[in-house]
Ligand binder design. Structure first.
Ligand SMILES: NC(=O)c1ccc[n+]([C@@H]2O[C@H](COP(=O)([O-])OP(=O)(O)OC[C@H]3O[C@@H](n4cnc5c(N)ncnc54)[C@H](OP(=O)(O)O)[C@@H]3O)[C@@H](O)[C@H]2O)c1
Length: 222
């Protein structure tokens, strides 16, 4: 469970009508320009944007802001074994505006860490298991002054946050496609809960729509 000393987490995603955040071939092109503008606006309001390694490998995003003036924020990547390419956009694109933090486990060799530190990447270790311990990570980030995070996926990282009830708010864009496919990534992947009553419940705080897109905002129940 989440204590007081954790960052506020906003999960943000664009998904198809059937809840997919990319096609089975990994096509992520779900948002239209209006949606990107809204997401970039949201990025101006947080201390950090967080994604999983899968999103870096598949999309190689810059995680920057195109439409607004701003002073930057941290880009945080969860990559247990520190294996994303060192020339990924999150490392080489504007590190002076968007410093990058990569969160790893205790098991990564020092030499590997040094290579990334030479590129001005900050490394944070959390957990001794096979994956980054997200609960412990939340306290570490909070202690480092990161109080508000936009969690931008993908589906497997979203599950880790939902499983541990760490998501405070959700902003979803539903785009007008049904793409199907059991191998297409859903908003939340992972093992899932057996019962509704065991899963975190959210309350609808806002609904908006324009052309064929619906924007939903949810907040966690008290
Ligand atoms: N439509 C949208 O809004 C949107 C947004 C973002 C992404 N996407 C799509 O989502 C897809 C990527 O999603 P994905 O599920 O494959 O990857 P992901 O969630 O981005 O990353 C998952 C990876 O993160 C690493 N990780 C480290 N610690 C973790 C932890 N505690 N819990 C979970 N993962 C952890 C794991 O790799 P290690 O075990 O090696 O560390 C894991 O395989 C892409 O196709 C992308 O286009 C869509």
């Amino acid at each position: 469970m989440k204590g007081n000393k954790h960052p506020y987490i906003i999960l943000s995603a664009a998904m198809t009508i059937d809840g997919k955040i990319a096609s089975k071939m990994g096509d992520p092109d779900i948002s239209d320009e209006e949606d990107w503008k809204a997401v970039h606006k949201l990025r101006t309001e947080v201390d950090a944007i967080m994604v999983g390694k899968g999103t870096i490998l598949k999309d190689n995003p810059k995680l920057h802001i195109k439409y607004y003036d701003h002073n930057g924020y941290y880009r945080i990547v969860l990559d247990s074994t520190l294996s994303i390419p060192i020339d990924s956009n999150v490392i080489k694109y504007k590190p002076e505006v968007y410093p990058t933090i990569i969160c790893i486990t205790e098991n990564v060799p020092l030499e590997k860490i040094k290579d990334f530190e030479l590129k001005n990447v900050k490394i944070i270790k959390s957990g001794k298991g096979s994956r980054v311990d997200v609960v412990q990570l939340m306290s570490i980030l909070y202690q480092n002054g990161i109080k508000k995070i936009l969690l931008e996926g993908g589906g497997n990282l979203n599950w880790s946050f939902i499983k541990d009830n760490l998501v405070d708010e959700i902003r979803l864009t539903i785009a007008p496609w049904i793409v199907g496919g059991k191998d297409a990534i859903s908003l939340v992947e992972g093992e899932g809960f057996s019962k509704m009553l065991d899963s975190p419940k959210y309350f609808l705080s806002d609904v908006d729509h324009r052309s064929n897109y619906v924007i939903l905002k949810y907040k966690k129940g008290k």
